[in-house]
Design a protein. Structure first.
Length: 588
């Protein structure tokens, strides 16, 4: 039988000690400049429960394995350069307490700074979220942070409040006593008892991550990304701040004439996603667990911990992150996606594919010194291939690890291109184009990667919008802001007409092969008419050459409007697969 032992111990704290350990850096709190997801109302309820003496949960800490004298990488001077305990669960609760008791601001989900202002009514013992009315009411303390942040004693605080209130309204002796009692009780929340379960330092990060993911704290499901950013906040706060600044700016369109920013129409990255890219670039590792191993100074091959190794690995990570967040690299990479026919996030079926392609781009640019004009094309076809095949859909970390292993140690542009092109040609065989791809196009999914690749291929081939003289790529431009969407997905065989013919299965009616992108006026005009009726009317607007080119680039069989619906679907899937192939081959 295996020798199963409890991997944690119980430790009791009062709140003032917890806050002190946070101040001196003995306990590592994910910095309060991390996005804070709790609402002020939830913080109010936390303080109300503590005031009433109710239990509010425990904290889960992890003893940090480190060598004596280990140095913290980051900013800020603390008595303990590296924390001896890391917070695994209870982060939002402890962040709330620290922010209120120390009067510190937090960031919301959009990285905008805000203060948590919780009000207290000493006469009734009620808590509320401060608003304009409360701030004008002398019965309320509009921001309880001032009680502790001011450094005044409880006696001075009570005396000052009673003096201010008495100047506005007459108080009886009983009322003064009740108010004094309630204020003393509020002030003494510093002594509120907490229990922490501390996981032993001998428990490795994979086991802790498993524990972390299993815990559901206050209804907020935690994940490995949260865990990684906890460690990043502790060991490299500057790096974490840089990631979050980049992510914040990627969500905000710059003003006219403003400075360059990471804003784009493809992705609003999260810090952990960009951290993955940096670790892939710096350490050629695709697994998330590699990130927190690096952050704790663990040798990725031997499993041994070392403060010196942590510093060395952080130096590598710092350099990799500088390249990852470089705006020139970022926008040049995104331009490669545009060059491959992808115009916006609406055509991206996998953010993993985009982020891993960015890591490959950075390896090509920095390690292999591939000339930019060549790199643009090879990354364009690599992303096209990865997106088309769903390369990073199933077991993405394992697949990326394999790809990075092939690129490890490669130097020179020719070798880099050869590795990627060999991976592509091994999968995109003749059978793939003639059999696999048409079969994959047999789908009714609106976000099928093969469908996005088909539209990207049409962009590469300069296809016009169906039944229009305008270019498809122009109307897919994400910068185009219109009251009504410029292009709409249209059933070539209208749904209502198919239902009248007895077809009720939406998976058959909504087949990808039954869709085309049309300008909205045409979509409205066609309505529920069958193609045999509306196609001859539209055809009169185009020359024979225009009509033929339009049909070819929209994968429409000859005389398709007269075909049986089932036969049309089969024929069009093959032609769509051929369009995808032609579009991809323009990137070779």
């Amino acid at each position: 039988m295996s020798d199963m032992k409890t991997c944690f111990k119980r430790v009791d704290y009062d709140l003032s000690n917890l806050l002190h350990y946070l101040d001196i850096g003995d306990i590592g709190l994910p910095d309060i400049q991390r996005p804070f997801v709790w609402s002020n109302a939830k913080v109010r309820d936390l303080f109300d429960s503590m005031y009433r003496g109710f239990p509010v949960g425990y904290f889960l800490l992890w003893e940090n394995a480190q060598a004596p004298g280990a140095k913290q990488i980051g900013i800020g001077e603390k008595a303990h350069k590296a924390p001896s305990r890391l917070i695994v669960d209870g982060q939002q609760r402890l962040t709330s307490l620290y922010a209120v008791f120390r009067g510190k601001p937090v960031l919301d989900a959009d990285y905008r700074e805000r203060r948590i202002e919780i009000a207290f009514c000493p006469r009734t013992g009620a808590f509320d979220v401060a608003d304009a009315a409360i701030k004008r009411d002398p019965e309320w303390i509009p921001n309880i942070s001032e009680l502790w942040a001011s450094g005044n004693s409880s006696f001075k605080m009570v005396k000052g409040f009673l003096k201010g209130l008495s100047a506005r309204t007459e108080l009886t002796e009983e009322e003064e006593e009740q108010i004094s009692h309630n204020l003393d009780r509020l002030f003494d929340l510093q002594k509120y008892p907490f229990t922490a379960l501390e996981i032993a330092s001998t428990v490795d990060e994979e086991q802790v991550a498993d524990i972390f993911v299993r815990i559901n704290s206050e209804g907020v499901k935690l994940n490995q990304a949260d865990f990684v950013l906890t460690l990043l906040s502790v060991f490299w706060d500057t790096g974490r701040a840089e990631l979050e600044t980049f992510c914040r700016h990627s969500r905000q369109a710059p003003s006219a004439g403003g400075a360059a920013s990471p804003f784009n129409h493809f992705i609003e990255p999260d810090p952990d996603q960009l951290l993955r890219v940096s670790v892939a670039l710096g350490f050629f590792r695709g697994r998330l667990k590699s990130v927190y191993q690096v952050l704790r100074g663990k040798d990725l091959d031997t499993g041994e911990f070392s403060a010196e190794r942590r510093e060395a690995q952080f130096a590598v990570l710092q350099q990799a992150q500088t390249r990852t967040l470089d705006l020139t690299c970022w926008h040049q990479f995104l331009s490669a996606l545009v060059g491959a026919g992808f115009r916006s996030g609406e055509m991206i079926s996998s953010q993993n594919a985009l982020l891993y392609a960015y890591a490959v781009y950075l390896i090509g640019r920095t390690q292999c010194k591939v000339p930019e004009h060549q790199l643009q094309k090879v990354i364009g076809r690599w992303f096209f291939f990865a997106s088309l095949t769903g390369r990073y859909t199933s077991s993405p970390e394992s697949v990326m690890d394999g790809d990075l292993n092939r690129l490890r140690g490669i130097t020179g542009a020719e070798a880099f291109v050869t590795v990627l092109d060999d991976l592509i040609s091994n999968e995109l065989t003749g059978d793939y184009w003639s059999t696999t791809l048409p079969a994959n196009l047999n789908s009714s999914s609106a976000r099928n990667p093969e469908l996005f690749a088909y539209v990207a291929a049409q962009n590469r081939l300069h296809a016009p919008v169906l039944f229009s003289h305008k270019k498809l790529s122009d109307l897919l431009d994400p910068a185009l802001k219109t009251k009504k969407k410029a292009l709409e997905r249209h059933h070539l065989f209208p749904r209502a007409w198919l239902e009248r013919q007895g077809e009720s299965d939406l998976k058959i009616i909504n087949q990808m092969a039954n869709y085309a992108l049309l300008e909205w006026p045409d979509n409205i005009d066609i309505s529920d008419d069958p193609p045999a009726e509306y196609v001859p009317q539209i055809r009169t607007r185009f020359s024979a050459e225009e009509w033929q080119r339009m049909h070819e680039l929209h994968a429409l069989p000859n005389a398709w409007e007269q075909m049986d619906y089932a036969d049309f679907l089969v024929a069009r899937r093959k032609l769509m697969a051929n369009i995808v192939r032609r579009g991809f081959e323009t990137l070779l």
